[in-house]
Each structure stands twice: as C-alpha cells, then as structure tokens.
Design a protein around this ligand. Sequence first.
Ligand SMILES: Cc1cc2nc3c(=O)[nH]c(=O)nc-3n(C[C@H](O)[C@H](O)[C@H](O)COP(=O)(O)OP(=O)(O)OC[C@H]3O[C@@H](n4cnc5c(N)ncnc54)[C@H](O)[C@@H]3O)c2cc1C
Length: 476
Amino acid sequence: MAEILKPDICVIGGGSSGLSVAAAAAAFGVPAVLIERHKMGGDCLNAGCVPSKALLAAGRRAALMRSAEAFGVTASSIDIDFGKVHGHVQRVIAAIAPTDSAERFAGLGVRVIKGHAKFKDRRTVIVGGDYEIRARRFVIATGSVPALPPIPGIDEGPYLTNETVFDLTERPDRLIVIGAGPIGLEMAQALRRLGSDVTVLEAATPLANDDPECAAIVLDQLEREGVIIRSGVKVLRVKHASSSVAVTFEAASGEETVEGRYLLVATGRKPTTGGLDLDAAGVKYDGSGILVNKRLKTANRRVYAIGDAAAGQLQFTHAANYHAGLVIRNALFRLPVKVNNDVIPRVTYTEPELAQTGLTEAQARARKFTPRILRWPYHDNDRAQAERETHGHIKVITTAKGRILGASIVGVQAGELIAIWTLAIAQELNIRTLTGIVLPYPTLAEIGKRAAIEYFTPRLTGPWVRRIIAWLRIFG
Ligand SMILES: Cc1cc2nc3c(=O)[nH]c(=O)nc-3n(C[C@H](O)[C@H](O)[C@H](O)COP(=O)(O)OP(=O)(O)OC[C@H]3O[C@@H](n4cnc5c(N)ncnc54)[C@H](O)[C@@H]3O)c2cc1C
C-alpha cells in the first residue's frame, strides 16, 4: 500500500530549480517533498554548466601554455592526456555534488524520494505504487533534454549530446558539431584547445540571440584557433559508418559533405513534459513546455512550473533559481510576483566571454527606444594590456536621459564584469551613477566606467564641460 504524504510543497525534479524551491521551503520550516528520478543536481551539475565549465577550464590551461611565450615564459611541450581531462571534469562534479545530495536535503528537513513522479489527479502526485503525495502546492521542475533535429540518418548511429560528451575518456578527434549556440560553441572551443579538429555547422546565424558585433568577436577568435564554422548551411543528411560519420549539407555554393569521427548535436533543448500525466492534473502544455502565467502558475492553480520545463522562460541555472524565489514568495507568502526576463543576464563562456544583460541594441530599437550607445575597448584598459587580453569591448545601451537599458560585454572576464550592469538595470540606475564610482586601479571593471563617461562626450559644448570631461577621463 502506498504511503500517503501531505506536505505543503511537493517538488518534481531535483535540478537547479527544484532544489532551490526545496531548500527555501526547508529554510522557512515548510514541510516539503522532493522527487528526483535520476541524479540529484539535474543537468547543471551532471551534464551542463559544471562539466562544461570544467572542460573549458582545461582548454584554457592549454591555450595559456601555448600563448605563454609572449610573457617570456616558454612551455617546452604541451601534452594533453584526455583521460586525465575527463578525470578533472568528474572530480569537479564530485566536489560540488554533496551540496545537491539527497543526504544534504534530508538534513535540511526535506523528504527526498527517489523515483518517477506523475500526476494521479489535480491534487495528487504518485511515485510508482510506493507514494501518494497530496500537497497544498506542486512545483514542476522537470527541466529539459537535448532536442534532436529531424535530420535523416542522424539517429541511425552514435551521436553525442551534453548527456554523453562529458563521459568521453578519449579525445573526440575530428568532431562535427551541429548547432552554433552557446553550448555548441563552448564545446567546440574547449575541445579544439584540447587537440580535436572541430567543424561547426549552423543553419542560421551563430549566437543569434546576441549582439552581432560582440558575437563576431567570439566567432573570429574561434576561427583563429582553428575551429571551422559554417553558418547558413542546411544539414541534409547524416551517414554513419563503423568508425566515421559523414554530414551532408547545403551551402550557398551547393551540396557539401564533411567527414568526421564524432558527431555532437547541440541544437537546443526540449522541455521535459512527458510521463507526468499532465492531463490528469489539468496542466496545459505544448512543444515549448508547460504553459505558465507571469506568476509561473499553470492552468491548475495549485501547480507551478519553473526552470527549463516552463514555456517561454530563459533556460539558465540562475533563471531557474530566480523562478524558485518567485514561487516561494507567491506560494508561501501570497505575494504578487511577476517574472521579468529583462533582469536575467546570460554569458557564453567561450574565450573571449560574451555577456549580456538587459536589452541588446537591436532589442532596444525594437521597443522603440532611441538608444545612446556607449563603448569602450579592452585595449584602452591598462589591466587588459598587462594581461595581454586586449580583445573585446563593452557596449552600454542607455536612453537619451541616461537610463541604463542594457550592456553587452565581449572579452576576458565579461561574465564577472556584467554583474554591476545587471544591478544597475534592476535598480533602474542612471549612467551618471556609474561615472562617480571609485574603482581600484588597474582593473578590467574600469572599462565600464570609461564607457559611462562617454555618455557626456557629445555634450562637449562649453569650455567648462570640456574641462569636466577631461577631468573625469584623467581622474575618473
Ligand atoms: C551543456 C550545457 C551547459 C550549460 N551551461 C550553463 C551555464 O553555464 N550557466 C547556466 O546558467 N545554465 C547553463 N545551462 C543550462 C542549465 O543547465 C539549465 O538551465 C538548468 O539545469 C535547468 O534547471 P532545471 O531545474 O529546470 O532542470 P534540470 O537541471 O534538468 O533538472 C530537472 C530534473 O528533473 C528530473 N525529472 C524529470 N522528470 C521527472 C519526473 N517525472 N519525476 C522525477 N524527476 C524528474 C530530472 O531527472 C532532472 O534531474 C547549461 C546547459 C547545458 C546542457
């Protein structure tokens, strides 16, 4: 007979979003049940953010060694042992895993159940025949899986996705990547730096959601490192052989075929909606995920959907954490909340990194702003010169009156530098605030301040104003 549980909150999925809800509920002393069918930590820990950043870090070490000569440091040879790279990636996962573990959550007071959850009716979730959970609120946090494009032949042989690429103990020589979004390009650069020959095929524009000027700098760097990027090509078919794979695509010049040893599919993510019996719960969904309103509530008012599983939301770990915070405020404290995707930054962790917060220039124009564009290049920054990391720039978007709408940064540490701009946008700060801030010298953060000072440049009308600008530029 099934054990009947009656918690305040029942969370389905122990990934970034589900764990955040469960941890917050526990912190407030609210009885919570968390159901996970596979690995605690979900995609981010086991097959996403963590292993991808660890692999990129290994590639970066190799790249630093290759470029050390400019600093007067010579590495006599670089030997890459891919088995040890795999070991490094797995050790990083293992180091973080205890934070997401069932034991830790049980210690926090969460009832953790291992198994597959599905709805029995609008108010009940079941896990096999073992548990029946009648909670006051349910949170669907089932994440997403790699989307496989409908390319003839693709599934007639082996192919890699983020779920398998980090298990490789041998270097994937002659790698073909389908998809030039953040995941495809991060993997392409990491593996190229670790010695693979990499060709990336993209049907549309690489990094299409980002500022094109910034994206171009990333693509240029990848190509200089030897990654072959073919964009605007339509993949027609895939042919697997015993130890090779051939991908035929249509380019502007006609049909071409590229041959490789491994194929990595990185063509987006599909929300996990299957197997939950959502119809029994009266929860509506379609191919884009579980349909939610601005409060992340589904068609069943007792049920929320968050993270990658929720339709129309950004698929990032920090977005998942943000959703969890909104659900907790709404479900436990009955506060009116509204999801706002404009305050969620994003970073592509290639080198150079590409970070975006708020609106891009194109988005600002589409929303009928007449934006002011402020820029500052890395090569005019003393720290960037010292580090020989002068490739990149910041681009800040403001209104005519100086309200900060967005910032795009491409360059080393862009993911760290974007934080202050995210705060500025969330707090609706004026660009003037950023000109008055005292920053340590020499730091890359000064790039942002110099861009802010540029806001005053076109107003160089009188001698006093010119003096103030000059003063800001020298002492600012
Ligand atoms: C290669 C890669 C790199 C990435 N890098 C970054 C990055 O650098 N930064 C960033 O912010 N984001 C990154 N992401 C995205 C990030 O991993 C996801 O946005 C995040 O994991 C979403 O969290 P989630 O909780 O919604 O889903 P998941 O983490 O996918 O968790 C969902 C969990 O639900 C479980 N589940 C599903 N159905 C059921 C069921 N019926 N019963 C019980 N359990 C169930 C699954 O087993 C899974 O553990 C990356 C993703 C990939 C693939």
